[in-house]
Design a protein around this ligand. Structure first.
Ligand code: ZN
Length: 410
């Protein structure tokens, strides 16, 4: 039994590898696949037949090859399966249907105010139900629901461990309630992990082998993707860089630690600092302290307000320290920054890069590309769908032919 399982696992890994290549290249033949994957031509042929029989890949027109040889082009069936993606942020929920190529259908958005656990769960169920209703025939090919949420969370158990600054959000199981009500396999993933997957599949990180995505919103977290796999640690809590100490005497954080990175570099920290400034000095042209938001600070900065510009640079310098720690810990070839603070744009990124230039050993400085995310769909939303598709890709050999259905217990 065990042996059979291992053979199956190996086949699934090879199928996933081939799908990755076909998904990334629009014009690929069986011969190209053998060259790019390192698998034997006979092995590739067998696996491609399996992918075709399951309706995931199809043969397209003949393409001309080197030396006048012609080969059959393989294409991924973008509508072979769908995933419902749910982005649960602190202020809103987004829901929609994604296909294999990350195209979004029937998107919806609902704001969250004083989000209680029950209110949030009910809202998610309603939104997913509505998406499934709207998607009509596509419903048959929905392989799962993916939820991206702020951490720390225990993905395997579908449980949110803690959302800082949010009373009631401790040790909350999200997936079970949704699965029970809707009867569809449901997966929870850290928003940073979902984001790094979205960048690897559809964004700037397609060529990266060691990619880190840092979400800098109300919290700060990192998703780490090494050779195509998310590095999740023992309990899937790896990448919680927001709770690494940058001042060991600093203020107490909800996590129990002191002087955590996110207390200085998050959008909450930015607003807190801006509010202090507004109360102390009320700079000309500023709204009242309680009306300040990250967007308002960014707008002030864009309009030339030097106090707002300095607040953004200051938050960027603190974030730079976090980025230095990430570089020293994981040695990534690329770091992509996203979420709320990334809306501050180039001045924020420059402040981060200045700190990196000052503090990272010179040999590493030029070896890590640091950029802002530019995906058209919010990466934590897109990644919520992609993680379900990735999971389905990883268990393909166990699925019946031409009938891609639920993958949870495959
Ligand atoms: Zn903390």
């Amino acid at each position: 039994m065990r042996k059979a399982g291992n053979v199956m696992d190996l086949q699934d890994r090879n199928l996933e590898l081939l799908l990755e290549i076909i998904r990334n290249h629009d014009d690929v033949s069986r011969q190209d696949l053998a060259e790019k994957s390192g698998l034997s031509p006979a092995g590739v042929s067998k696996l491609v037949s399996l992918l075709i029989s399951k309706g995931i890949v199809y043969e397209d027109a003949l393409v001309s090859r080197r030396k006048g040889r012609r080969a059959i082009r393989l294409r991924i069936n973008r509508d072979a399966m769908y995933a419902v993606g749910v982005r649960f942020a602190r202020q809103y929920v987004k829901c929609g249907l994604f296909n294999v190529k990350g195209e979004l259908f029937h998107p919806s958005y609902e704001p969250l105010q004083n989000f209680t656990v029950k209110q949030t769960l009910d809202l998610m169920v309603d939104m997913v139900t509505e998406t499934l209703r709207e998607c009509g025939e596509m419903r048959e090919r929905v392989v799962g629901i993916g939820i991206s949420a702020p951490g720390p969370l225990l993905a395997r158990e579908g449980k949110i461990a803690l959302i800082s600054n949010s009373p009631g959000w401790r040790n909350i199981c999200l997936t079970k309630a949704i699965e029970e009500q809707l009867g569809i396999p449901t997966f929870l993933e850290h928003d940073a992990n979902a984001s790094v997957l979205a960048e690897k599949w559809f964004g700037k990180g397609t060529a990266s082998n060691c990619l880190v995505f840092i979400t800098v919103g109300q919290g700060v977290g990192a998703g780490i993707l090494i050779n195509g796999s998310i590095f999740s640690g023992n309990l899937n809590v790896a990448g919680e860089i927001g709770h690494t100490t940058i001042d060991y005497n600093g203020p107490l954080c909800d996590c129990g630690n002191r002087g955590c990175l996110e207390m200085y570099s998050s959008s909450l920290a930015l607003v807190r600092r801006a509010q202090e400034l507004a109360r102390d000095k009320q700079p000309p042209g500023w709204p009242k302290a309680e009306e300040l938001s990250p967007e308002k600070v960014f707008a002030l900065a864009r309009n030339g307000d030097t106090a707002a510009q300095e607040l953004i640079r200051r938050a960027g310098r603190f974030m730079g320290i976090g980025v230095v720690n990430v570089i020293n810990t994981y040695n990534p070839d690329m770091i992509i920054l996203g979420d709320e603070m990334a809306e501050a744009g180039e001045p924020w990124l420059q402040a981060i890069k200045e700190v990196v230039d000052q503090r990272v050993i010179p040999e590493l400085q030029k070896e890590t590309i640091i950029e802002l995310s530019e995906l058209a769909i919010e990466p934590a939303f897109l990644g919520a769908g992609a993680l379900v598709i990735k999971r389905a890709f990883g268990t393909l050999s166990r699925l019946p032919n031409n009938a891609v259905t639920s993958v949870k217990n495959a």
